[in-house]
Design a protein around this ligand. Structure first.
Ligand SMILES: NC(=O)c1ccc[n+]([C@@H]2O[C@H](COP(=O)([O-])OP(=O)(O)OC[C@H]3O[C@@H](n4cnc5c(N)ncnc54)[C@H](O)[C@@H]3O)[C@@H](O)[C@H]2O)c1
Length: 143
């Protein structure tokens, strides 16, 4: 179902609503059609909410906090270098911009994706240089 487009008629309620939820969960792009516009919007909202919850859970499951360089390297290094498996996720780590950090990230093919602006200050040490840092960045593999 991944990526397929499915039109569900009578999708606001009953069997259609259930099918729409199931299809969306399976990765289909669901188009809902129904004579009851109000209920249709409610069902659409439920489906979108469920997808968002799922995405947030996936992000949570794929996120780690790393405070030691060795662990950071292991997290972003495939076990099989010949045929790299899918590895790594999002790593929250302290950092201060430096040539040492750039070199290490380049070797691992990792980049800083963002520095969450709404995160509370959290004193720590840059995992690359040991310099004091009061913020974590979000690191991820760059493909
Ligand atoms: N529920 C059962 O056990 C069952 C078993 C066999 C067959 N069916 C058949 O499956 C279909 C759906 O059943 P259900 O229980 O989900 O019904 P339902 O009443 O719960 O839902 C039907 C949906 O179709 C919409 N709809 C009705 N006419 C429409 C139209 N002309 N254009 C657009 N939307 C329209 C309604 O607004 C409603 O949201 C029905 O045809 C029913 O006879 C149901």
């Amino acid at each position: 179902m991944q990526g397929r487009v499915v039109i569900v008629t009578g999708g606001a309620k009953g069997i259609g609503r259930h099918a729409a939820h199931t299809l969306a969960k399976a990765g289909a792009k669901v188009v809902l059609a129904d004579a009851d516009a109000e209920r249709l919007h409610k069902t659409l909202g439920e489906i979108q909410h469920a997808l968002l919850e799922r995405a947030l859970q996936l992000r949570e499951d794929s996120t780690v906090r790393i405070d030691i360089l060795n662990e950071f390297e292991a997290y972003f290094t495939p076990k099989n270098a010949e045929q790299p498996e899918i590895h790594g996720g999002l790593a929250y780590s302290h950092f201060v911009e430096s040539p040492e950090m750039d070199e290490k990230l380049k070797a691992l093919k990792v980049t800083v994706r963002c520095v969450p602006l709404d995160a509370a200050d959290e004193p720590g040490k840059c995992i690359f240089t040991g310099q004091p840092s009061n913020r974590r960045g979000v690191f991820a593999k760059s493909y």
